[in-house]
Structure formats: C-alpha cells, structure tokens
Design a protein around this ligand. Sequence first.
Ligand code: NDP
Length: 282
Amino acid sequence: MGQLLDGKRLADIRARKLQKQVCELKSLGVQPLFCVINIGDDPSSKIYLKTKKSRANQIGIEQKLFQLPKTIPQQELLKLIKRLNNEKAVNGIMIQLPVPQQINLNEVLAAIDPEKDVDCLTPANIGRLWQGEHFVEPATAHGILALLDYYHITLKGKNAVIIGRSSIVGKPLAALMLERDATVSILHLKTKNLAEYTKRADILVTATGQANLVTAEMIKKDAVIIDVGISRVKGKTVGDVDFAQVAPLSSFITPVPGGVGPLTVESLMEQVVQLTRRNYGK
Ligand code: NDP
C-alpha cells in the first residue's frame, strides 16, 4: 500500500504560516481582500465558494462575493471587473468557473488586471508562467507541487503524465512540472489508449472528474498517484482513481477527499497574500 499524501495536514501547516503573514500585513494597516465573481447557481460552485470563504475567514483574509444572475450581459460583467481593477483595496479578483454559455470567458479573463489575477488565468500571467516567471501560480498546480516537495518527491528526469488539459489544472501543472525537468505528457478525451501513456508514468496526475477512470492495469508499479478529480458516487465524494485497486501498487497516493482539495484552497489564499504584499511593496 502506498503512503498517503496527506494534503489536509500540509494545508493546515501552511495555513498557520500564512496566518502570521496576514497578521504582519494587518499590523501595517493592510487588509488582504479578494473578490469572487459567481455567475448563476451551479451547485458545485456553491460548495467551493463556501469552502473558500471559511478558509479565508480562518486565515484573516477578507473575501467579497459578487453573486450575479445567470443572464448577466457580457458588458455588465466587464464593467464590474473594470471597477474592481481600479479599487485600490482589492488585491485579488477571480471568476468562479463554470460561467454560463453567453459569457465570452476569454474576454472576461483578459479584462482582469494581471496584478490582481489570483487564478493565473490572464493571458499575461499564463505567458509568464510558461516563461518560468512565477508572478502568480494557479492554486491546484501550486498545491500539487507543495505536496510533492513536502514528501521529498522529485520531478527531475521523471515521466510525469497528466490526464486532463484544462486551463486551471492540466496545462499550468504541465508548465510547472516541465520547469522542474520532468518529461510531461498531457492526455485528454481524444487520446487513444490512455494506458499506453499512464503505464510509463513515474508520477500520474489525473484531473477529469470521471470516477474510476484510472484502474490497476493502467499503473506502473511504485508510481506516485495524484488524484485531483472530484465526483459524487452513491452519496460519497470520490476521485478519478479506483483507490482500492491502485493504492497497493503505488508508492504514494492522495486520498479523495483530503488530498489535493485542501491544498488548492490553501494555495489560493497564498496567492491572495502574495498579490497583496506585492501591491503594497512588502
Ligand atoms: P474540465 O472539465 O475543464 O477538464 C477535464 C479534462 O479531463 C478535459 O481536458 C477532458 O478532456 C479530460 N477528460 C475527461 N474525461 C476523460 C477521459 N475519459 N479520458 C481522458 N481525458 C478525459 O475539468 P477541470 O480541470 O476543471 O476539473 C477536473 C476535475 O478536477 C473535476 O472533477 C473537478 O471537480 C476537479 N477539481 C478538483 C480540484 C481540487 O482541488 N481537488 C481543483 C480543480 C478541479 P478534453 O479536453 O478532451 O475534453
């Protein structure tokens, strides 16, 4: 049985450090504040928003929620972003995904001031990331690397395989792993024969939301398994990996829940604090 990569424990350790940084900022009269824009009433977004809010409170970060109707016109949304860009007290802005179909997401993301782009989704910050400049790091990818570092799992020369190519998980994680000298493959729905790639993975990350996608036959013995996926099956939260089958073959594996999830929220808070410090030249 592989060793569990305990994301909850690491998130709590990092949260205590972050709390201290926030206290220091507050003693200088600076209050980290980030704004979340949520459009419509996606049920999983509601859960994510609640988790973020409670973590922000715990750390001493202020989170303001802008709840907008599903039918909001693009121009109204752009106006709100412009206003928040210009508010000095706002240090971070994020759009809760998914957004309704009428919204042109790329245009919206490009409208966010890169200095306040908590999720690293503006074209400027995505470009910086691929150039190796860590202005801000996407929360999930940042959390995964923190977890690997904590357990002394190195990437240099390893085969890293990522299933899922979203802008919030797969793509930025590939950039960061490549920078650490891993050989990275990104798989997706059109990939023929996933197992052909996954069987060669020293480190396998899966972020699809498809329960039980990753089975024992797809794993190289002693691989490190990072399960980002979240789905609900028979009232239980599960990842993409068939944990019972895969865990005995792995060297390390994340549980779901309690693996990547807590670190994503924690990393988001770290990015807010980093942007705040930078905005105030601290
Ligand atoms: P997206 O839906 O944006 O992306 C999913 C990706 O998985 C796509 O690239 C898709 O391929 C690929 N995919 C889906 N099914 C398969 C399959 N059968 N075989 C190969 N590839 C497949 O999702 P997100 O990246 O936003 O999130 C992915 C999962 O991670 C979700 O369950 C989400 O809830 C969870 N999540 C968890 C976080 C955490 O902190 N634990 C943080 C963020 C997300 P294609 O591009 O071809 O469509």
